[in-house]
Each structure stands twice: as structure tokens, then as C-alpha cells.
Design a protein around this ligand. Structure first.
Ligand SMILES: [Zn+2]
Length: 107
């Protein structure tokens, strides 16, 4: 069983890895990156709500730390957040949870 969103999240994590070099150049400033989707906006730190689905399990996370594009609104999560979300979703699916709404908490 694989989460529907896993492909998308893997892509996001890879993009973050690629962009880390440019982040290093901004040492001392707020870390932003140019949005790889629209190529015009820059991301800023914020919070987003996301939904994960797996089989009969649906999880809705609120207040997830994210980098959000100020132009197209695309949402990026760093690797640590992504891993934590997928672990929590795994546990919920294993318990047979059908629907859960929760506030994100770092694992
Ligand atoms: Zn964008």
C-alpha cells in the first residue's frame, strides 16, 4: 500500500535538496527559494493544511510548517516534516482510522 501523495512529496523533497545550495548563499537572511513550479515567485515561511489518503484512511493535518510561494501558492515541506507526516499517516492507517483531523506536532 502506498499513499497517493507519496510521489508528490518525494518530488518536493528532491526539489528541496537541489535548492539547498542556493539557500547557503543567503546565510544570515531569511531562507527563501525561487519557486520551481512557477519560476517567478519566492517562498516564505508559513503554515499550511494538508490531506493524506491511504486506502480507507484520510488524515487532515493543520498548522504544518511549510514554505509557500507568494506567486502561485505552491506549498513545500522540508524532509523532516514530510517524514513525520508519512509516519503519522502510517500509524493511523495501521490502527484502521477512517478520518482524523489533527494539529501538526513534530515527531
Ligand atoms: Zn510559485
Amino acid at each position: 500500500m502506498v499513499f497517493r501523495c507519496v510521489q508528490r512529496y518525494s518530488a518536493v523533497v528532491i526539489l528541496r535538496e537541489v535548492l539547498r545550495d542556493s539557500e547557503r548563499n543567503l546565510e544570515g537572511k531569511e531562507i527563501t527559494m525561487k519557486c520551481p513550479i512557477c519560476k517567478h515567485g519566492s517562498t516564505h515561511k508559513g503554515y499550511a493544511s494538508i490531506t493524506l489518503e491511504r486506502g480507507g484512511t484520510t488524515l487532515f493535518f493543520k498548522n504544518v510548517p511549510a514554505d509557500i510561494c507568494d506567486n502561485c501558492g505552491e506549498i513545500y515541506h522540508d524532509e523532516k516534516v514530510t517524514r513525520s507526516l508519512l509516519e503519522q499517516a502510517d500509524q493511523a492507517a495501521a490502527r484502521g482510522v477512517e478520518l482524523d483531523v489533527r494539529r501538526y506536532a513534530a515527531a
